[in-house]
Design a protein around this ligand. Structure first.
Ligand code: UD1
Ligand code: CA
Length: 462
């Protein structure tokens, strides 16, 4: 052995470590059209969780081995931040690693992970790499003890505790099946040494597959050092094979997210009925009431009251905002706004500070200026609304003529009477008023009262 761990890169001494994520398998037990690793858990595909853990552990070069449904896996990383190796036929974990080696030649070390372990945390990856560097082994494998080791490869140690072999469930003899120390499927490996034995792997096992674990046995038999890093990480290494396990992973990730937020000063009244995706950010002293779902890339400022039953997707919420029983999707909400109950903010809804959107109001692709109000029963689409505008109950922007969408402009200080139809394209000038029940089809100049209504007749009752 004795491979140099350190290489010259851009004039500084730097260890070069890549991450290889094995993700070519189909995952038959999911009973799905989709490849296993693209199934979502806590708002992200399983493989994204693994990739994110690697990156958070400061490992930026990631190679994903894809095969089954590879297009769908590649789509998740369309920003080009990862590299792919293709495994056309899934002939086993050892075969999958072989496909990746061309992409990591020249690196000192690789971390090998599986794409179906979404509970993996950065600290575990760091611990693996640190231990590997300190122990000077050619391969370090994370093991853990587990109450029910069924299905996992078992770690077989020599009398002195050193590594002897890893035996798969299907190949294990009775006494080997009793072993509760299992192979996590996560390894740190020296590229050069491991490369030199990959072509020696065979398929002489129950599954007729190339096992990555056989490389460890061969290297060990050659007298090279295989290190077992036993950790108490049952969650981190949890591999998802079916939808029951997927739901368990979901529950664990939700709990972790809620705990992290609470530790950061967010009140979550009922964590069991609160679903917050991993990427959501919430500032201290915000209170999340029961039954709320907060998804995607949402950020929420401080001192807000969210819920009960707020469903918020990929939205930006300011400070001191109140959102009750409402749906928000790709919306922006400024400080001190009040939303709901029963409001619907659709993509492109932008509320500046101190806006009030009340019950049964739908807003799409529209901006409401500071202090404007739509308190009841309105549809506002494709609109530019200035400051201090009051939109009376039942006001509708008629933005669609059956073919095209048209814009409504309400300038600062406008007062729209109840039950007004604003037939777009239309503009109401600053500080103008529309009479209740009017259907406004022509632009209204500033400082004007526009009324469009037949004279009321009071006829004698017969
Ligand atoms: C593997 C290990 C086992 C370990 C377990 C931990 C081997 C032989 N066994 O078993 O010791 O306890 O992980 O979870 O390595 N994959 C490919 N191409 C293939 C086969 C698999 O990319 O041809 C990928 C899968 O998509 C998956 C990962 O490798 O992400 C692990 O494969 P899987 O079939 O789940 O291995 P296990 O049988 O669980
Ligand atoms: Ca597995």
């Amino acid at each position: 052995m004795g491979a140099c761990r350190w290489s010259m890169k851009r004039g500084i001494w730097k260890v070069t470590t890549s991450v290889v994520i094995l993700a070519a398998g189909k995952g038959v037990r999911m009973r799905s059209q989709l490849p296993k690793v693209v199934h979502r858990v806590a708002g992200k595909a399983m493989i994204e969780h693994v990739n994110d853990a690697a990156r958070a552990a400061a490992l930026d070069k990631v190679v994903i081995v894809v095969g089954h449904g590879r297009g769908l896996v590649e789509e998740l990383f369309s920003h080009g931040e990862v590299d792919f190796a293709v495994q056309e036929d899934q002939l086993g974990t050892g075969h999958a690693l072989m496909q990746a080696m061309a992409k990591v030649q020249g690196d000192d070390t690789i971390i090998v992970l599986a794409g179906d372990t979404p509970l993996l945390q950065p600290a575990t990856v760091r611990a693996l790499l640190n231990h590997h560097q300190q122990s000077q082994a050619v391969v370090t494998v994370i093991s853990t003890e587990i109450d029910d080791p069924y299905g996992y490869g078992r770690i077989i140690r020599n009398q002195d505790g050193s590594f002897r072999d890893i035996v798969e469930e299907k190949d294990a003899r009775e006494e080997e099946r009793q072993v509760i120390e299992i192979n996590s499927g996560m390894y740190a490996m020296q590229v050069e040494e491991v490369s030199s034995v990959l072509d020696k792997l065979g398929t002489d096992n129950q599954q007729g597959e190339y096992y990555v674990t056989e490389a460890l046995r061969i290297l060990n038999d050659q007298g090279q050092k295989i290190e077992i890093l036993q950790m108490d990480v049952q969650e981190d290494i949890y591999g998802i094979n079916d939808r029951v396990q997927l739901a368990q992973a979901e529950a664990i990730l939700r709990r972790r997210k809620n705990v992290a937020l609470m530790e950061n000063g967010v009140t979550i009244m009922d964590p069991n009925s609160t679903f917050i995706d991993c990427n959501v950010e919430i500032s201290p002293d915000t209170i999340i009431h029961p039954g709320s779902i907060i998804e995607g890339r949402t950020s929420i400022g401080a001192d807000c009251q969210i819920g009960p039953a707020a469903h918020i997707t990929s939205s930006i919420i300011g400070q001191r905002v109140i959102i009750e029983h409402s749906r928000l999707k790709e919306a922006e909400v400024g400080d001190d706004c009040t939303i709901g109950p029963y409001a619907y903010l659709r993509p492109g809804a932008v509320l500046h500070a101190k806006v009030k959107v009340g019950d049964f109001v739908e807003i799409k692709k529209s901006t409401l200026g500071e202090g404007s109000k739509a308190p009841h029963l309105s549809y506002i689409g494709d609109s530019q609304i200035g400051k201090g505008v009051n939109i009376g109950a039942g006001t509708i922007t008629c933005n669609y003529d059956g073919q095209n969408k048209w814009e409504t402009i309400l300038e600062d200080g406008v007062f729209i009477g109840s039950n007004t139809n604003l037939v777009a394209p239309i503009k109401v000038g600053a500080n103008s008023i529309t009479g209740a029940g009017s259907t406004i089809t022509r632009d209204v100049p500033a400082d004007t009262l526009a009324v469009e209504r037949a004279q009321q007749k009071n006829l004698k009752k017969r």
